[in-house]
Design a protein around this ligand. Structure first.
Ligand code: AMP
Ligand code: MG
Length: 482
């Protein structure tokens, strides 16, 4: 078997999914294969690159052992509940195990209509494929839990999007699972408690096996998801990352970042920064992400109530108790990450983090460059380059002397280096890679992927990728027209 499938979700009851074969595409062309990931999953890279392998990645052929399905789920989108969403443009080919026994989904995204497509074409434009490949792999290299990209292909088709007719593509996505808060909501809306129990047991076995030996396994499951999400959001925020569409259907119960649509790493820092053109109220702004995650987790807790206890009062208490862990867990993680970024010792006052962010926000300083240059100062460089980021020098000078008093920089340099990346997937570079890809020039895409694989290392070859966008390069929004 070219892909050593070992499927479990397809063995769940039929109401969990729809069997669905991918659509045929006219002229598949391989754009890129992630060789390291293929080898981790015991998939033969040479075969993947062959005509047979490309046919599988394009959905034109099924590998032996594949049981293609589209998963059913619901979701709150921008606060409004939609009882049936589901994979409208994605097909789960099956699951594979890595050498450690960890289970991963292989999913084609952009492989044609499914029973969940509603009015959509089931396809993906090349741009979003390129964006998800770059940003998800960048997140992985940064150390953030995330779905990954195994391959990208161009389909040879054109698809109609806001910007007109554009080339189509398919991403092969790898995830610990594609089970979302919205998957639980789907069965909750149907009042299908039996399915909820089956789903919860599947998630416990797959992601949180320790929960099965707890006194209250379903509460332990909820606590585990709460912890994973708290850690994830703190990690995102420490990198200036904005997910963009934190709907409950885009919230994976595994704690991985999923569904890279209108997402971005911020350049100029502002806590109310958003990237999505449809997020007009700033619901998913950088600084709102923790409270939105908590809101999403509350929706998950609601679905689990019938499993927590037969007594609604007790169930409610148990749900609330599990959710209550979020605030402390998030703030501990957030503070620890920002302490490390600033090179602060544990006794430094926590208010200094907020003061730093206010300083950055007041002058809209580039988030990544600030911490990058600060790390250099901690390593003994002059502060001139850091100071040059500020148009109004006085507040910075004041801040710097305070920082010098608080931080014993040389002692905490390793932590600073490990938490302040040199390279992030800057939006204008992602945009450049996308526009080039539409012209069948994949060089900027490939170069960006290579550079972002080692985000914490100095590399003279990639200094141009560190820079903030010129005014004409600034991308204010990434679009949902995926
Ligand atoms: P997302 O933007 O990934 O959060 O998608 C929200 C919902 O819309 C999911 O159910 C998707 O499967 C569905 N969807 C998005 N784009 C398409 C498309 N081109 N065709 C069919 N369904 C789509
Ligand atoms: Mg989605």
């Amino acid at each position: 078997m070219e892909i050593p499938f070992n499927n479990t979700y397809a063995q769940l009851p039929e109401r969990f999914f729809a069997k669905q074969v991918p659509a045929q595409v006219p002229e598949p062309k391989l754009i890129r294969i992630n060789h390291a990931l293929a080898s981790r999953l015991s998939i033969d890279s040479d075969w993947l690159e062959s005509a047979d392998g490309i046919a599988v990645l394009a959905g034109n052929a099924l590998a032996a052992g594949s049981e293609p399905i589209s998963q059913a789920y619901a979701g709150h989108q921008f606060g409004g509940f939609v009882p049936q969403l589901g994979d409208g443009r994605a097909i789960l080919l099956g699951e594979v195990l890595d050498a450690q026994g960890a289970r991963f989904d292989l999913q084609l995204k952009g492989s044609g209509q499914t029973p969940f497509s509603r009015r959509g074409d089931g396809k993906s434009a090349l741009g979003p494929v390129i964006r998800e490949y770059i940003v998800s792999e960048a997140m992985f290299a940064l150390g953030v839990p995330t779905t990954r990209a195994l391959a990208a292909v161009a389909t040879g088709e054109t698809v109609l999007r806001q910007e007109g007719m554009v080339g189509g593509g398919i991403l092969t996505r790898v995830a610990a699972s594609h089970i979302r808060v919205g998957t639980f909501q789907y069965f909750h809306a149907l009042k299908d408690v039996e399915a909820l129990r089956i789903l919860a047991d599947h998630v416990i076995a797959r992601h949180y096996p320790h929960a099965s030996s707890e006194q209250h396994p379903y509460q332990a499951l909820l606590k585990a998801v709460v912890a994973a999400q708290a850690d994830l959001i703190a990690h995102w925020m420490s990198l200036g990352f904005i997910h963009g569409v934190m709907n409950t259907d885009n919230t994976a119960v595994s704690g991985e970042t999923i569904d890279y649509g209108p997402c971005a790493f911020m350049d100029a820092f502002h806590p109310q920064c958003v990237f999505s053109s449809i997020d007009t109220k700033g619901r998913y702004a950088w600084g709102n992400q923790a409270s939105i995650a908590f809101w999403n987790l509350t929706r998950l807790a609601e679905t689990l109530l019938p499993l927590l206890s037969e007594d609604p009062g007790i169930a409610d208490e148990m749900g609330k108790a599990a959710l209550a862990d979020f605030t402390d867990r998030f703030s501990d993680q957030y503070i620890a990450r920002f302490r490390a970024k600033l090179g602060l010792p544990p006794e430094a006052p926590v208010e200094f983090i907020q003061e730093t962010l206010q300083l950055l926000a007041a002058q809209e300083i580039d988030f990544t460059l600030f911490f990058r240059h600060l790390t250099r100062v901690a390593a003994g460089d002059e502060s001139a380059r850091l100071a040059a980021l500020f148009a109004r020098p006085e507040p910075f000078a004041e801040w710097l002397s305070q920082w010098q008093r608080l931080a014993a920089p040389t002692k905490h340099l390793a932590a600073m280096r490990a938490s302040n990346p040199i390279l992030i997937a800057r939006n204008h570079r992602v945009e450049e890679a996308i526009q080039s890809a539409y012209r069948e020039d994949y060089a900027p895409f490939n170069r960006l992927i290579a550079a972002l694989a080692k985000p914490y290392e100095e590399n003279a070859e990639y200094t141009d990728l560190e820079a903030t966008p010129r005014p004409d390069e600034v991308v204010h929004q990434t679009f949902c027209g995926t």
